[in-house]
Design a binder for this molecule. Structure first.
Ligand SMILES: *[C@@H]1O[C@H](CO)[C@@H](O)[C@H](O)[C@H]1NC(C)=O
Ligand SMILES: *[C@@H]1O[C@H](CO)[C@@H](O)[C@H](O)[C@H]1NC(C)=O
Length: 261
């Protein structure tokens, strides 16, 4: 029964996506993307211990739905092929010795990661502050010049800042963790308030759920029928993406205005 419903849902979605693709020629030209580059197809996400679950799954969910319309590939990268857990490495960060820590299984190690990725996504989470991130930082530093787009979600900007790849660039990050993360990148032009920031081929989002808003904006910008597909996927997900200026959290967490959008 469950699989029948799931299949029905999937077919309905595919049908609606195909239908919207077929009618894409009726979109007003003002909503068409102006990006002249071929749309990104190969995605990878960097996993490390104690990543934030929604930093990963937030962007991946709309992209997975987009994969009904484009031949997207996804690589899950980590230092080894062992499952990567959200469980904090330090017992002090798990004071009740809870066992509520899902894992994701990598598809590649950093050594076997595909070359010439279109998009590399760096999530955040408690692990972004870990002193034990050398393999992740080394990979990010080496891969950065070869990827077409780097996307950081939440405190993932701290990992990218630690790799030095945000130096001189405009970026944002989680507003509650602002002081801690921005200290990891004194050479970064940190932007607040901002839901997300685009500087050339670097896209960075504010905290956790902001990754969803970033990815909807990314889909709109990158795909010829991106506005239509983003609307279809957001509607089917019953989600209303925020724009880049939406940021009540800067004032909530007393982040001073700087390097404005
Ligand atoms: C924490 O829980 C695990 C089971 O999930 C148990 O094996 C371990 O002994 C516990 N550690 C402490 C310090 O209580
Ligand atoms: C962005 O969203 C805010 C509400 O959150 C709205 O006031 C503003 O007009 C929007 N800006 C644009 C450019 O759409």
């Amino acid at each position: 029964m469950l699989s029948t419903i799931t299949l029905f849902t999937a077919l309905t979605l595919i049908t609606s996506l195909l239908t919207t693709t077929a009618t894409a020629t009726t979109i007003p030209t003002s909503t068409q993307t102006t990006n002249p580059q071929p749309p990104p197809l190969s995605y990878a996400i960097l996993l490390f211990r104690a990543f934030d679950l929604l930093d990963v799954n937030g962007p991946l969910s709309p992209l997975q739905l987009l994969a009904h319309s484009y031949p997207l590939t996804l690589s899950l990268l980590a230092r080894t092929l062992d499952p990567v857990t959200t469980r904090p490495a330090s017992p002090s960060m798990n004071p009740h010795n809870a066992s509520f820590w899902p894992s994701l299984t990598p598809t590649h190690t950093f050594a076997t990661a595909p070359e010439n990725l279109d998009v590399l996504i760096v999530p955040g989470g408690l692990g972004s502050r870990s002193p034990d991130l050398e393999p992740e930082i080394a990979y990010l530093r080496a891969a950065f010049p070869k990827v077409r787009y780097l996307i950081t979600i939440c405190t993932g900007a701290g990992v990218a800042a630690r790799a030095g790849v945000l130096d001189g660039r405009r970026a944002t990050t989680n507003k509650r963790a602002w002081g801690e993360i921005t200290a990891m990148g004194p050479g970064v032009r940190w932007v607040a308030p901002a839901r997300w920031v685009v500087d050339g081929h670097i896209w960075s989002s504010s905290g956790v759920t902001a990754g969803l808003d970033l990815i909807y904006a990314f889909i709109k910008e990158m795909y010829p029928d991106g506005h239509e597909l983003a609307a279809t996927i957001a509607g089917g997900s019953e989600y209303e993406p925020h724009n880049s200026t939406y940021d009540p959290f800067s004032s909530l967490f007393n982040v001073p205005t700087q390097n404005q959008l």
